[in-house]
Structures are given as structure tokens and as C-alpha cells.
Design a protein around this ligand. Structure first.
Ligand SMILES: [Zn+2]
Length: 328
């Protein structure tokens, strides 16, 4: 039995529900794999279908979410992008072709961001004000990306994961919304949710963590965030392909296969239960709406370039004796 919603955890705190919309073969675990055009087209079709099912789920609960969409995929399925916007959801950018920021230089990233946003805005006719980097690849080494996003006029970024593992994360970054400072500009940052346990931040916000960890861990993260008070925010992220258990599996190595497909069959009912739980306790907002009502002058400022990495969490890859157990 769930305990009744407590007073301090009532609708004062905000949940931002987000989806990173990309075809399955674009995941980081598949980097370097050759996926033929036929299979790619199949994954694109399936990503569209899975996203449409999620739109139905959200509509049935009158829930509005934020969809960070890969530009190249949007170009391929513009009707889906229109359906997302028509459903009252936010259309935001997940880069042009899911290339990690770590693999681009300043100019290339600027072009990637412009191209992706143009593609989305041409489809919806509305402004795109939010960005999430593929595989959370805004880290101290790519702090200049903050300058690019701010210069381009984005209202917020949601790419800095305050956890430590081998591929991404800035564990000393604030766990609640903050101002991310690049070398010369700054932007509102909405970090994915974490659960603080002693000196560690556990990633509980979604993706593979949501599929692997027991559901109470994320609920504890939401409860902990709510204790911050009225301004509390928990940003969650999922991928449509994580709700498509019958998709053809990528030929990944054993460990990558585990982390990519663990829990995928039970993921949709698990999400439904989470939404039921959270809807009774928290206010859901689209990231852009939250950004619009956030006074950045009251937020902590965090200089990304000088950030150190901080301790590895007990559920992080090293503790498990395997540096590759990371999730997109
Ligand atoms: Zn992605």
C-alpha cells in the first residue's frame, strides 16, 4: 500500500516528464555498429509508433510532457512532431543526428544546434527553446556548449547529469535547477533527477536506471526533491524505444545488451504506475513552462569548466567492478 501523499510533498513541487525521441540504433551503445538502411527505416517506424502510444498514454491522463527530438528523425517523420505539438506537448531539441557534443568542436556544435532547431521549427511553426545533449554530453570539457546554447537564445538546457560515471556526468553540479555558466555565457539548467545517499548522487531519473532499479528508488528521489520546497523540481527522462519490447534487438555485446534491454518488457506498466503515483502528489509541467516561471537570479550559479568530477556512486559502474555498466 502506498502511503497517502504527505503535505510537504503535495503539488508544490514539480515533475518535468521528458522523452528523448530517437531511433533505437542511434543509442550510444550501438556506436560503431553497422545497421543497414532497411533496419534503420524499421527502427524509425517503430520509434514513431512507440511515441504515438506514449502520446495516447499521456492524453488519457491529461499530462503534458517535453519531447527532445533528434532533428534528422523529425525530418523523416514530421507528422509525428506535429502530433506531439498538437497534443499540447513541448517540442525541444535533441541535436541534429544524435552526435555527442564531445565529438564536435564549437563551430560544429553551433551548426548542429541551428540545423536541428530549424528542422523542428519549420515543422511546428513554433519556437524551440529547450535542448538536451545526446548522452548528456555537456561536461566540463564541453563547457563552451553552454555559450553556444545561450547565444542561440535557448531558454534552458537539460544536459548536465549530476552523477559520476565514465561517459557523462558532473557529480558536483547542483541537483536542483541552477544557472550553468560557460566560459562567457550562462543558461538555466534543468538537471535530471538524482537521489542523494550520503556523499553520492544516484541517477534515478529514467532511462536504464528506471528499468533496472526497484521503483521505490525513484519515488524516494521524488520525495527527497519535494523536501526542497515549492521550487523543487524533478526532471525525468525516457526513450520511446524503451517501451517497444518487440523491436529487433541490436547485436550488442553481452553487457551492452543487458543494459539496453533490461526490464524493457515491464517498462510500460512500470511507467504507468509511476505516473499514477506522481500525479497524486506533484505538479507536472513542461520544461519550457517551468523555465518561463523560473527566476534565474535566485538560483545558484555553477561554473562548468572548473568543475571536478566528485565521488563515484555505490551504484556507479566502478563499484560493480565494471566500467562499462552505464546507461543512456
Ligand atoms: Zn538520445
Amino acid at each position: 500500500m502506498e502511503p497517502p501523499p504527505s503535505r510537504e510533498a503535495s503539488s508544490a513541487s514539480t515533475v518535468v516528464l521528458s522523452f528523448d525521441v530517437e531511433e533505437h540504433h542511434r543509442i550510444e551503445a550501438a556506436a560503431g555498429l553497422r545497421v543497414d538502411a532497411h533496419r534503420q527505416a524499421d527502427y524509425a517506424l517503430r520509434a514513431g509508433e512507440a511515441t504515438r502510444r506514449l502520446l495516447g498514454l499521456l492524453a488519457s491522463r491529461d499530462l503534458k510532457a517535453t519531447f527532445f527530438i533528434v532533428g534528422e528523425f523529425a525530418r523523416r517523420d514530421p507528422a509525428l512532431v506535429r502530433a506531439i505539438a498538437d497534443g499540447g506537448h513541448e517540442v525541444a531539441s535533441h541535436g541534429w543526428d544524435h552526435c555527442r557534443v564531445l565529438e564536435m568542436n564549437f563551430e560544429e556544435f553551433r551548426e548542429d544546434v541551428r540545423r536541428a532547431r530549424d528542422a523542428l521549427e519549420q515543422i511546428t511553426g513554433g519556437p524551440v527553446v529547450g535542448y538536451r545533449a545526446p548522452t548528456f554530453s555537456i561536461v566540463p570539457r564541453t563547457a563552451w556548449a553552454i555559450d553556444v546554447l545561450a547565444e542561440a537564445g535557448f531558454a534552458y538546457d537539460s544536459s548536465i547529469f549530476p552523477v559520476r560515471h565514465d561517459r557523462y556526468g558532473v557529480s558536483r553540479a547542483p541537483r536542483q535547477p541552477f544557472v550553468a555558466c560557460g566560459p562567457s555565457r550562462e543558461i538555466l539548467e534543468l538537471p535530471p533527477a538524482t537521489l542523494r545517499l550520503g556523499p553520492w548522487n544516484l541517477p534515478v531519473a529514467g532511462g536504464g536506471y528506471f528499468r533496472l532499479f526497484p521503483p521505490w528508488l525513484l519515488r524516494a528521489g521524488l520525495r527527497q526533491a519535494a523536501r526542497v520546497g515549492e521550487s523543487a523540481v524533478a526532471t525525468l527522462y525516457f526513450h520511446p524505444w524503451e517501451f517497444d519490447p518487440d523491436q529487433p534487438q541490436l547485436p550488442l555485446r553481452r553487457l551492452s545488451r543487458f543494459r539496453t534491454y533490461v526490464g524493457i518488457r515491464r517498462n510500460l506498466p512500470r511507467l504507468e504506475r509511476l505516473l499514477e503515483h506522481a500525479l497524486a502528489r506533484y505538479t507536472f509541467r513542461r520544461a519550457a513552462d517551468l523555465a518561463g516561471r523560473t527566476e534565474t537570479r535566485n538560483l545558484p550559479r555553477f561554473h562548468l569548466a572548473g568543475a571536478t568530477r566528485g565521488p563515484v556512486s555505490p551504484l556507479g559502474s566502478r563499484h560493480l567492478g565494471c566500467r562499462k555498466l552505464v546507461f543512456d
